[in-house]
Design a protein around this ligand. Sequence first.
Ligand SMILES: O=C(O)CCC(=O)C(=O)O
Ligand SMILES: [Fe+2]
Length: 375
Amino acid sequence: MAVDLFGQFAASVEAGEAEKAARMAKGLFHDLARETRWNPAYLLTMLGGLVEALTTGALTEPSYQARLRTYIETDNRFNEFVAWLTPAYKPPQNVPPAPGVLGVADPAVLENSISTLRRDGYHLFEKRVPDEVMVRLESFALQAPAKAIYPERRPSQDTAVDLTNKEVDGFQLDAQAVLDCPDVQALLMDPSFWSVARSYLGCEPVCIGATMRWSVPSARLPSDSLAQFYHWDAGWLNWLNFFFYVTDCPSPEYGPHVYVRGTHVHGAKPAELRQRFYARISDADIEQIYKRENIIPVTGPRGSVFAGDTRCWHKGLHPTGHHRLTLQFSFVSTPLLATRFFDRKLLFKNSHTEPFKVFVRENRDRFSPLYYDWE
Ligand SMILES: O=C(O)CCC(=O)C(=O)O
Ligand SMILES: [Fe+2]
């Protein structure tokens, strides 16, 4: 694979992209040199991690840390460089446009969503998932196995979802139960999410999973475990998330997702914040650096869908008045050098719907064996 990648890389250089490649490589090496003072330990552990991931599918803690540091210390240039290389060995499938729930068979709709994503890092789609699907997902999420998320320092615990429980900040639904839900399977087959992810990532995307979470209102401080402080995600090389509001989220008391527009790219995060490494950042720090009009809460009725490159600063606002239920799909350009999303592989089961099983079998590359297995 490495040889093939090199061949493809050389071909794209020959195809006249040499100047761009050189510019990107120069920027990357410049940042690496400045930030790491060429500390060979980082670079070697990272390369070792890549070889390890390629051969065993595993990513050890030191290689994960090295990859994370390279991401931060090059202020995203490393990831941008890999993103540029990825289509050479994982070209996007040439799939005929299909509308799906986002209606992106219309090229103007697809182009608009991609250009907004590139500029802002986020895009809220005009089309919504039909109400009846969200109603079913909500009832599923009220009785599905879940872990309660407690305020800091109290470990989470397997419990039934109880939105009246005043001690909890939220519930994380069991990932396997989420995949077992036929409505989730139907949405995972919907071509519009794949189209948007494919166009944004420029390669054939891999879906690493679906998560569902309740956030529960309280007068307490925001929850770190529920990502209610500003942060950027860092688990993968390049990715795109889709968020669905399964319950209404019309205003701040419902705890909408908030992002800082345009902060997914190189140069958008000041060194002073990056140097805190992978820390949660206070509202005051963000508000001091970024203009108010660029700090965007995403509000909308049940069924709203938005895509986000969560390299942007973002958080879920802590709800003070109403609970909120979200479904999230994560698509990555490559699962290589990625953190495992869940503590175990998710299983495709015989009990899953027939169309979903066919979809998975026909699209094996979209569901990496690093993340999934058959029962
Ligand atoms: O719940 C939200 O709106 C934010 C979730 C998030 O940022 C995360 O899980 O990393
Ligand atoms: Fe996040």
